[in-house]
Structure formats: C-alpha cells, structure tokens
Write a protein that binds this ligand. Structure first.
Ligand code: ADP
Ligand code: ASP
Ligand code: MG
Length: 417
C-alpha cells in the first residue's frame, strides 16, 4: 500500500487536476490511497464565508465565489454541465446553503468546521470523477466514515483505536488492488459531526492512513523539488536536500518549516515508513527522502513570522518559582497556545507565541490577577539548525535587532524585532 497526498497548490485549477491525474496514472496504479486538500485557496475563501455568516453580512454571496471557482474548473475538465459531477457538487453546495440559513451562531468552532470542511469534499469529488473520466478507476471515500475524532472543533484529536479498526474493515479492502480517493484535513465525531484537524492538516491525514495501513511509503507532492535548507520563497540561495532523518524533519517542522505539517512525522517514524517529498511540477525529480540519514546536512533556516512576545511580571515581586512556572505553563496549555521560545527571570517570565489574539486573551484572563501583562507584536523567530559560526547567523539576521537569543550546539534561535 502507498499513500499520496496532493495539496491545494497541486489542484488549484483544471490544469492542476489534469497533472495530478497524470501523476496517479503514471506512478500509482493500485493499492493506493490518494488524500487531497481543497483546491488552491478554497479554505481561505470558506473562512471568508464563515466570517460573513458571523458578521451577518452576505455569506451566501461569499459562497457563490467558491461555487464559481469550482464551476470553472469542472467546465474545463468535463466539457459541459451534463456530467454527473455537477449534481454531486450541487448536493454539497445545498448542504452549505442550508447551514448558512441556520442560526447556530453560539458555537463558532463547530460552525467553522461544518463549513470549512466542504472544500476537501468538493476537491475530492472532482478529482475522483476526473480520474474515472480518464480511465483511472477509483473509489471515492468519505473520510468521515473512518477518521474518528473527539469534538475539539478546529483542532480535533484522532481516536486512534476506532480509526484503526475502521481502516482495517473499510479502507484495506477498498484500496486493495485499487485506488481510493479521499479528503485530508477532516474527520468526524462519534455523534457524526464534522471536525477538522487544524489548518494545513492534510499531510497529517495522509500520515495517519500510512501508519494504519502499514504503507510502504507516503509521498507528499509539493510545488518545490523537495525539502530545502530554507523556504525558497524566503531564501534565494536555498538548496535541495537529498535525504534527512525523521529526527531532523521533526525538529524542522517543530520550529516552523511549513513544507511538512508538524504532526506528520510521528505516525510515520513510529512504523519506520519513509516520507517522500516530491514535486508535482517535475514528478520525475527524485525528491527528498525523509527517514534516511543526515549526511552532510547544510545549515537549515526557518523563519516564523507574526510572533508575539508576552512578558509577565509578578505584581507583588514574588520570585517566579516552580509553582508559578507550573501555573504559567498550565494557562498556556489550557489556551492551546504553544510556547515557541521562553525565558525566565527573577520576577518575570517571557513567552513567545504565535500571535493568535483569542488564545492570548484566554492566557491573559487566567494570569492577570497575579501578573502585569505586556505584549510586543510583529516579531519574527529566526531558527538556524547546524549553523557553522556566528558570521553565518549574523548574515541572516539582516541587521534586525535580536531581543531574545538562545544558542545550543545544533540550534540558534533569535527573536527579531
Ligand atoms: P501544500 O500544497 O501541500 O499545502 P505547502 O504550500 O503547505 O504545500 O508547502 C509547500 C511550501 O512550503 C513551498 O511552496 C515552500 O514555499 C514552503 N517551504 C517552507 N519551508 C520549506 C523548506 N525547508 N523546503 C521546501 N519548501 C519549504
Ligand atoms: N485545506 C486545508 C487548509 O488549507 C488543509 C490543507 O490544505 O492541508 O488548511
Ligand atoms: Mg498547505
């Protein structure tokens, strides 16, 4: 069994869908699960629909934009509106329109998942239909029938046991000697409500399939040749890396290398399933093997923008001792806000986090009786793994002032203003 994952960029238009179909036709004849994301920027467009719904502006008009984009893709792929794919999409659209008429405004995260999840349903219906059209027989699977989660909407946690059991009974027979096309990013609660696994979560979905199906390997098809030693959009001199270990990949993703979703590595490493990062633009390219060795790794640079530095000062000049630190950590954990960097002083504690105002507000509410709370925004974390010397670090700071710096043998991190 093999697992392929195609992200939004690969299916952003009709030419993209045709290219993906040709890759599947050429490299993935059978025993294959294909996980697909929403087309192009559809998830962002659906977030606009959700915003309009909660702002009581014209959500339906915002949704028309999504429909129109897919209509254009389908007309180019299937020629005219007589193809059955148009009816299938109409059913999905009707569901959304119906939801937009409902008044469920009390639970933002719930509504968010019901609507944003439709992007993957739409793209997978289109890809599956197009594959059938060009003679690549496949079964479309509603991933919600197998990917069972808790009800933490927008950041659902997978019920590993139940999902494994459904993978065995449903997916294994369906994919055996055949091709299954399904959705990334989405799941389903025991009460049959749709959930999502967190933005950009389709790589993770694919890794769950690979783990549970004991796949030979997983390929994520991207718009880059493979893993590079920095985002080529940020670093003009970024070079391609042939292979890296699971360990290095998990470190890179932890610090914010967006080429692989951070949750992707663990399920693969746990079963020693190699991850291939390949280019859908140049599928003949060899791609990067994750799960190999780290021979001659170049320094790897990771930039994480939109960071906030939260400074907590004890109001009564208490020292920041263990119990207080425990309380601080607990508040961040309850708000589901990850600490990207931190530093403890005598009567202060500094935490660097992604600037997510609603989560920061929760932390503030929990701690403001005990601490004076201040925030600096618009900061960047520069992480360099395997830096050679300080000159190398300075080159990439670009004359920006580092307000917090941490250096270990293998990793430099600077918070840049
Ligand atoms: P998907 O289409 O699967 O959602 P993403 O856009 O999330 O793909 O990931 C691919 C992008 O990741 C590339 O276009 C590139 O800009 C970015 N990227 C960030 N860090 C790296 C890196 N170290 N190597 C390669 N690409 C990187
Ligand atoms: N479509 C989702 C997103 O844009 C999931 C993904 O692409 O991985 O976040
Ligand atoms: Mg993505």
């Amino acid at each position: 069994m093999k697992v392929y994952k195609f992200g939004g960029a690969s299916v952003k238009d009709a030419a993209g869908v045709k290219n993906v179909a040709s890759i599947i036709q050429k490299y993935g004849e059978k025993d294959l699960v294909v996980v697909v994301s929403a087309t192009g920027k559809t998830t962002n467009a659906l977030e606009v629909v959700i915003k309009a719904y909660f702002d009581n502006t014209d959500a339906k008009a915002a949704f028309e934009v999504v429909k129109k984009n897919h209509h254009t893709i389908c007309l180019e792929l299937f020629g005219n509106e007589t193809h059955e794919v148009f009816d299938k999409l109409q059913n999905i659209y009707a569901e959304v329109d119906w939801q937009l008429e409902e008044d469920r405004k009390e639970s933002y995260n719930y509504v968010y998942d019901q609507i944003v999840s439709q992007g993957e349903l739409i793209s997978s219906v289109i890809l599956s239909a197009y594959l059938n059209e060009v003679g690549v027989k496949n079964s479309w699977l509603d991933v919600r029938d197998v990917m069972k989660t808790d009800d933490t909407y927008r950041e659902a946690v997978v019920d590993w046991k139940q999902t494994q059991s459904l993978m065995n009974s449903v997916v294994k027979p369906l994919a055996s000697g055949s091709i299954v096309v399904t959705q990334g990013f989405i799941g389903c609660t025991a009460e049959n409500c749709t959930t999502t696994l967190g933005r950009e979560g389709s790589d993770y979905t694919a890794a769950i399939f690979a783990n549970m199906l004991d796949a030979e390997n997983q390929t994520i098809w991207k718009d880059v040749p493979g893993v590079m030693n920095g985002d080529p959009r940020v670093f003009e001199d970024a070079v391609f890396i042939d292979e890296i270990s699971f360990n290095e990949a998990v470190e890179m993703t932890f610090y914010g290398a967006t080429v692989i979703h951070p949750k992707t590595i663990k399920p693969l490493q746990n079963k020693n399933i190699p991850l291939l990062v390949k280019s859908f633009i140049n599928p003949e390219g060899k791609g990067t093997i994750v799960g190999g060795s780290d021979n001659n790794l170049p320094p790897i640079r990771i930039v994480k923008n939109d960071q906030a530095l939260i400074t907590l000062h004890t109001k009564d000049f208490s020292f920041v001792e263990d119990e207080i630190v425990a309380e601080i950590f607990s508040s961040f954990s309850k708000a589901n806000l990850k600490l990207n960097m931190m530093q403890q002083g005598a009567i202060s504690f500094e935490a660097v986090v992604d600037n997510i105002p609603e989560k920061i507000e929760k932390v503030k509410a929990a701690l403001q009786n005990q601490f004076d709370f201040s925030i600096d925004e618009k900061l960047t974390i520069l992480t360099i793994r395997h830096y050679t010397n300080f000159e190398y670090i300075n080159k990439f700071k670009n004359d920006r002032n580092a307000i917090l710096e941490q250096r270990r043998l293998s990793t430099y991190q600077g918070l840049l203003a």
